[in-house]
Design a binder for this molecule. Sequence first.
Ligand code: SF4
Ligand code: SF4
Length: 349
Amino acid sequence: MTAPENRVIPASNFTRFLEAIMAEQPVIGPRERPDQPGFYRFGRLARAEDFAPDYGTTTVPPKKTFAALREKLFSFTLDSPPELDLHFDSSPFVLLGIHPCDLSGIDALDHAYSQPPAEVRWTANRRRASLIGLDCRPDSYCFCTQVGTESNRNPCDLFLTPMEDGYLVEVHSDAGAALLEKADTRKAGEEDEAAAEQWRREKAAGIVPEFDAPVEKIADILEVGGLTPVWKETADRCYSCGSCNTTCPTCFCFDMVDDIEPDLSGGARYRTWDSCQLLDFALVASGHNFRGERWQRVRHRWQRKFLYLYRQFDRPYCTGCGRCSRACTADINLVDVANRLIAAAQKEA
Ligand code: SF4
Ligand code: SF4
């Protein structure tokens, strides 16, 4: 589509816009947790007022909307062969308020899951959704500018930049244009564009953590020797709890679990999110564990995000969201570890 002009939704019209969408389809967006004020999660909005546009981040990324934490793949009995459940919900919904880093996370998983054979559940759920992005303010853990996601728009349909009295709206697809027809908008003028640009400048200026080398160099650094002391120091603090994986918007490893009836007459197979930091992740039937040492698991997570998938897809599988550092029970910070790796590699060279 040709890039349409940007529009402005005044704040007084935004609630009506949301209500018009919600009259036709569910809207999932960031909501404050009633049990933990100050913390947010993506959930279905019951009322337009539930939308929390000023949320900092959510603990769990919005990928959970498309890839359930635990889902049944098929049931089986002793008497009949298993039949895959390939009847997916096709009803549309809107995912609202996705920050640029989390759009990048969805984009990363779109790429990974579309490799042949495409992942059918992710693909089916993604087809149902219209995505409305929202620009944000960073906290001390965010480092999107270091991985180039701060202005990412893929794969959103509409993108909102907050302004003093409403939002500047970018239209990125025909589906987005159709959604925006429900809103009372005006054409964005020079002052509106300048206000949005100012927002983006202030956001970039608010990013504190910095890599001591360009992100493209980290793959090369991970291939040089002499990094084992950094892995071991990091592993000495790590609890192998897996929080860094389960909060990550680009992690997609999973486990298969069979739930068998007590009388062994049948059961069901489930797919669940998994974590490469857990002790049994690389344990195989013979009893051998390919990454039985904690430092090997720590190293693997890094190699996966900044080396293997970087080489395969030409982008780091890290969006700079900072969730792993925020959630880490041992206060291990991804940017700190990166800079220790960079320093060790420079010493080695
Ligand atoms: S590795 Fe950490 S900072 Fe990077 S995308 Fe995952 S959770 Fe976010
Ligand atoms: S969240 Fe922290 S302590 Fe837990 S596995 Fe990840 S690095 Fe280790």
